[in-house]
Design a protein around this ligand. Structure first.
Ligand code: OGA
Ligand code: MN
Length: 285
């Protein structure tokens, strides 16, 4: 395989690899070390069936089961699509498009779970010629760029991640009571310590509803300030999708968001598998 960085701070393009055929344990361990180094991998030209995507993903670790309310609930796949089951575009106000609006807020997948996800693996099945990019930020670089006093302050904080919070900002009725009950708020450290080579990362995004120990006002101020700092242009890599691109990113070191389609009726279909975490980020007290 060949490896070409795509941005100064995040992401590498991997070529000459056919994951459906070449993925033995050597390739899997190479991919893991590339993920540790680049945080986001872009592997073009991977024409996959759902079964092949699951089979490849499971080589990287056990998969999350899709939660109630997402397309694919109860399976190992999340489908992000603006088409109905007959393949026609849904109305702009349709639930599938509201979910896409929520995905346009900066976030880390499954940060609202007691054991948050490690990796997301997203495959482009149908993609418009232009628009609908996905943007990524390396939160290890963001942490490094924070002033020392800010780093130290953040290291001491616990953030509350609440899936209902991010959904509410799009539409207060987006979640049913049953969906809400499946994902109660959880506590996560505001910064994550990785190994000695990879430093720390800031762990924040749209699911963060507040910072423990701060007033509502101060909490909101800090969250906004950190998100604004993290999403400066210099940190952002924008991925212009091509059909059959496969992206893999580390949710513990990366935040991402979708961007709007110039025309919401342009078909856009992506399928995600998510590698589950294996331990909580916070020690039990
Ligand atoms: C995701 C996601 C954004 C997009 O797959 O987790 O947030 O651009 N996708 O579809
Ligand atoms: Mn996402």
């Amino acid at each position: 395989m060949t490896v070409t960085p795509v941005h100064k701070l995040i992401g590498a393009r991997i070529e000459e690899l056919n994951i459906a055929h070449d993925t033995d344990s050597d390739v899997v361990s190479q991919l893991w070390s590339l993920i540790q180094r680049y945080d986001l991998l872009i592997i073009p030209d991977q024409r996959l069936t759902d079964e092949q995507q699951i089979e490849f993903s499971e080589q990287l670790g056990p998969l999350e089961t899709t939660k109630p309310g997402s397309t694919g609930a109860g399976t190992k796949l999340v489908t992000l699509s603006n088409l109905d089951t007959d393949g026609y575009p849904v109305e702009p106000s349709h639930r599938q498009n509201l979910i896409r609006r929520a995905n346009q807020l900066w976030h880390a997948d499954s940060s609202f779970k007691p054991i948050p996800a490690k990796l997301s693996i997203l495959s482009a099945r149908q993609i418009p010629d232009h628009g609908g990019e996905t943007q990524f930020v390396n939160m290890r670089s963001v942490y490094t760029a924070l002033p020392n006093h800010e780093q130290e302050k953040c290291d001491g904080y616990i953030a509350i991640h609440d899936f209902a919070h991010s959904r509410k900002t799009v539409d207060p009725n987006l979640m049913t009571d049953e969906e809400r009950a499946a994902v109660p708020p959880v506590r996560q450290p505001l910064t994550i310590d990785h190994d000695e080579h990879r430093g720390r990362s800031l762990y924040i995004g749209s699911h963060v509803s507040r910072i423990e120990g701060l007033s509502k006002h101060c909490s909101q101020q800090l969250i906004n300030r950190l998100i604004t700092f993290s999403t400066q242009d210099k940190f952002i890599y924008s991925h212009h999708w091509k059909v059959h691109d496969l992206l893999i990113w580390n949710n513990l070191t990366v935040i991402h968001r979708g961007t709007p389609l110039p025309d919401p009726l342009m078909p856009r279909v992506l399928v995600r598998t998510t590698i589950a975490g294996d331990k909580p980020l916070i020690d039990c007290e």
